[in-house]
Every structure is written in structure tokens, then in C-alpha cells.
Design a protein around this ligand. Structure first.
Ligand SMILES: [Zn+2]
Length: 349
């Protein structure tokens, strides 16, 4: 039986939602991860210091008493973002980073930015103060094919930003293409990679009929892109780090209106580890999961450890959302019903 002990990982891109869903799912992340960057696209997006403080409070209240998990908050950039609010929040450790969603790029992003150039003054201040900018890198121009939206974003929007703000700390989130893999390395920026983009290509959305279980944004792309992502993630290179983009939707909504997002936090570590093992790169897993992110963000790695063991691990078909004694909803996890080969054996703080 193989075992692997790594420094406790961090999740550098996570959706925790609110209310009952938050309370039911937070433990999947807080038990295994030291920190997570929490995305600000809640129903009312996190666009102010006050809203970030109260959202963080609701997250901390949902944690168990002994938990040492640290949620890292982000501010949602809009056309009306107040530069002073943003930078003050960063300097006072309310915000860890700012998140840029092009308007309507994904779930709850209708408040996103319509014209990115209008934020250049804000980027200038972020560059000066060392505040990281996290980017959902897709154009939303309806004339651009959905499978090309990341590449077009890189050419149209990201290249000019990188050129104009060479010291701005940039992360291209949940990359999905070999084009992004190359761009990230050539321009020395950071990138998160999700477990699902390492496992599925775009065929998964059409398996057994139109299948919303594998619909996320950015959508999975062709097989050659998946392979490029696998080799980037497992390379151990400093640009690439863990960001699950776990995004729960209640079953009834996912099945009914096919919302974008894959809920992988119950199996994220095991899912990534499967890929690293298949690529003969278990030695690089700690870099991807626990070291490259802290190195990029200039924070110390976690003190705790995670011990993993290669044992069959049957994934539940559904995760129940409970309120008191009652099951009030269900969320389908990534790898539902599959048996993964790894499981967590021991966690130390
Ligand atoms: Zn996301």
C-alpha cells in the first residue's frame, strides 16, 4: 500500500456559496486545506469592505470550533469599483485579492466588468500596492465561439494587461487550453488548474445525452488541451497551483437549468492525486498542492500535514444538504459513484 505525506494544501480558487449550502459543504474544504481563496460571486457580489467582513464572519461561524481554516476574501470588480475601498481593504487585510469577471462570463457575474480598459487606473494602484488580480479569462462576446473564448481573451484582454502592468500579480484562473499553459509560462504569471479539467474533455458534456454534470465555465475543451493541462499541473513548475473551482449547485437547479459549475471539494485531493499517479508525478504533488501557491502569493506554507494512502475510495452519488434533521436538497459531487484509488488517512494541524 502506497502512502504520501504532504504539507497541508491550500485551495486557491473556491466557491463556498452562502446560507445552508455553505454550512453543509464548508467542512469538505476546511478539514483538508489550510486556506482557500473564496470567490466573491455570491448572489449579492462582495463589492465592499463591509460585505467581505460579513461574508467572512458567516464562513467562520460555519466552521467547527477547533478549525484553523482561513478563508481569504476577494473583492468583486465592477465598472463602479471604488479604488480607495479596494486598496484600503487590501492594506487592512480584509481582501487578499481582487477578482475580475467579464460581465456575464459565469454564475452570478452579471455585475462583472463591461469594458476592462476602464479598470486600468485600478490595476495601476493594485500593481503599486502588490494586490493580486485574479482573472476569469473568457471573453463574453456572443460572436466568439464558446470553445475559443479563453484564447480570444488572452489575445484581446490579457496580453495588453500584462504588457502595461508588468509588476501586477496576475493569476489566470481555471485554465483550460494549451494556449493558456504557454502564455502563463512565457509571461511569468500564475495559473490555477481544476481537477475536472484534468479528467474530462468536452465530450463529457455529451455523454449519455446532454449532460449538465460536466458543464462548467470555462467549458472543458478538446483532448489535446486536457493533456497539456495534465503535463503543466504535474510538472511541478512554479506557475501552476491548485484551485479546485469547486462550485456546488443544488441538484434541482443543476438538472433543471444546467447551471455551470462542478462540485469537487469532497474529492478534490483524491481526484488530483489520481492524475499525478497516472502521470508518474506523485513527487510533484506537494509542489502543486501546497508550495507553488504560497510561493506565488508570498505567504508561508501551512504547518500541518496530510497523509494520503492508496486505498479504494467509493465516492457518494449525492451529498445531502440538511437543515436540522431534514434533507432539503442534494448536490452531485464530481466522480459521483466512482471508486477513486486514494484516500486521506490522517490530518495534522
Ligand atoms: Zn470559479
Amino acid at each position: 500500500m502506497k502512502t504520501l505525506t504532504i504539507i497541508k494544501p491550500d485551495d486557491w480558487h473556491l466557491h463556498l456559496r452562502e446560507g445552508l449550502v455553505l454550512k453543509n459543504i464548508i467542512h469538505f474544504t476546511s478539514e483538508l486545506f489550510g486556506r482557500a481563496i473564496v470567490m466573491p460571486n455570491t448572489k449579492n457580489p462582495i463589492t465592499s469592505i463591509d460585505s467581505a467582513i460579513s461574508y467572512k464572519k458567516s464562513i467562520v461561524e460555519a466552521l467547527s470550533e477547533s478549525s484553523k481554516f482561513e478563508p481569504l476574501m476577494t473583492m468583486y470588480l465592477t465598472d463602479d469599483t471604488d479604488k480607495r475601498e479596494l486598496i484600503t481593504g487590501f492594506k487592512n487585510n480584509v481582501f487578499f485579492a481582487a477578482k475580475l469577471y467579464p460581465a456575464n462570463a459565469t454564475t452570478n457575474s452579471s455585475h462583472g466588468v463591461k469594458k476592462i480598459e476602464n479598470l486600468y487606473k485600478i490595476f495601476e494602484s493594485m500593481e503599486d500596492s502588490g494586490m493580486p488580480l485574479l482573472i476569469h479569462g473568457e471573453v463574453t462576446d456572443p460572436e466568439v465561439d464558446i470553445f475559443d473564448r479563453e484564447e480570444v481573451f488572452i489575445d484581446r484582454e490579457l496580453s495588453p494587461i500584462v504588457e502595461r502592468f508588468p509588476k501586477l500579480k496576475l493569476v489566470l484562473e481555471h485554465i483550460t487550453t494549451s494556449y493558456a499553459v504557454d502564455f502563463v509560462q512565457e509571461n511569468n504569471i500564475g495559473a490555477t488548474i481544476t481537477p475536472h479539467h484534468l479528467h474530462i474533455n468536452r465530450n463529457a458534456m455529451f455523454f449519455g445525452g446532454l449532460n449538465s454534470d460536466f458543464y462548467c465555465l470555462p467549458v472543458a475543451k478538446r483532448e489535446k488541451n486536457r493533456l497539456a493541462l495534465r503535463s503543466a499541473a504535474t510538472s511541478g513548475k512554479e506557475f501552476f497551483f491548485l484551485g479546485s473551482d469547486s462550485a456546488p449547485h443544488l441538484r434541482k437547479w443543476k438538472a433543471f437549468c444546467g447551471c455551470a459549475g462542478i462540485f469537487n471539494s469532497p474529492v478534490a485531493i483524491e481526484s488530483y492525486l489520481t492524475v499525478f499517479e497516472e502521470e508518474n508525478a506523485l513527487d510533484n504533488f506537494e509542489k502543486f498542492a501546497s508550495l507553488n501557491g504560497p510561493n506565488f502569493y508570498n505567504v508561508p506554507p501551512n504547518k500541518g500535514k496530510l497523509k494520503l494512502v492508496s486505498k479504494p475510495n467509493k465516492v457518494a452519488e449525492f451529498i445531502d444538504v440538511v437543515e436540522g434533521e431534514n434533507i432539503v436538497g442534494q448536490i452531485k459531487p464530481f466522480h459521483a459513484g466512482e471508486t477513486l484509488k486514494w484516500q486521506v488517512e490522517n490530518i495534522s494541524n
